[in-house]
Design a protein around this ligand. Structure first.
Ligand code: CDP
Length: 213
């Protein structure tokens, strides 16, 4: 069983993916972390995210331990991640790991939940359930602001809003695997939904998919 959850920043993909995986006993992969880890490696080495060769090298040499570094969630790393994610050679390097995770999930699990931008369109077009989770720009900026403040980072709304807008434009406008719903994805606008409502809705969709199988 493969569940693909795609969507823009701060739409609630991560929370949903973790809850679904726990409820259905599936493995869970936040694919944004792979891109964040590559971005963090470049920043740590003093290289620019625009340096395609350096970014490809960093992606090719990614180690499991790189995914558990402490600062991967910072806005600076997110920004670098979004830049290196536009390089097709970086995406190609990260593809095999994601596909293997989906088809041969770790810990003997019978399936996996993957969240990202291109899971249903590129990584796992064969996924059993494809959800495109979205929400209005202001709602997502407000969620991200709350998240940053809860982590103790200083953040102001206008700046978070602007960064989110820039990130949306970059993720949707790039030529390589742009952010878009797969033709057969279910699009869920969560602007007016809390995380419990989103979880219940997607759980129901997943159960109905398998009840009919
Ligand atoms: O936390 P947030 O949703 O802002 O970002 P993330 O999911 O951690 O991903 C960071 C960046 O990696 C995104 O802005 C995307 O550009 C990129 N990414 C991607 O291109 N493809 C994926 N499957 C996952 C993330």
């Amino acid at each position: 069983m493969i569940i693909a959850i795609d969507g823009p920043s701060a739409a609630g993909k991560g929370t949903l993916a973790r809850r679904l995986a726990a409820a259905l006993d599936l493995a869970c992969l936040d694919t944004g972390l792979l891109y964040r880890a590559v971005g963090a490696k470049l920043l740590a080495g003093g290289q620019m995210p625009g340096d395609r060769a350096a970014a490809e090298r960093a992606a090719a040499n990614l180690m499991p331990g790189d995914l558990s570094q402490a600062d991967l969630r910072s806005e600076a790393v997110g920004e670098a991640a979004s830049e290196i994610a536009a390089h097709p050679e970086v995406r190609a390097r990260l593809l095999a790991f994601q596909r293997r995770f989906a088809t041969e999930p770790p810990d003997g699990k019978v399936g996996a939940v993957l969240d990202g931008r291109d899971i249903a369109t590129v990584v796992c077009p064969q996924a059993d359930v494809k959800i495109f989770l979205t929400a209005g720009l202001e709602a997502r900026a407000a969620r991200r602001l709350k998240e940053l403040r809860e982590r103790g980072e200083e953040a102001i709304y206008p700046r978070v809003l602007q960064e989110m807008q820039d990130r949306d434009a970059r993720d949707s406008g790039r030529a390589a695997a742009p952010l878009r719903p797969a033709d057969d994805a279910i699009v869920l606008d969560t602007t007016e939904m809390d995380s419990d409502a989103v979880f219940e809705a997607v759980l129901a969709i997943t159960r109905s998919r398998f009840a009919g199988a």
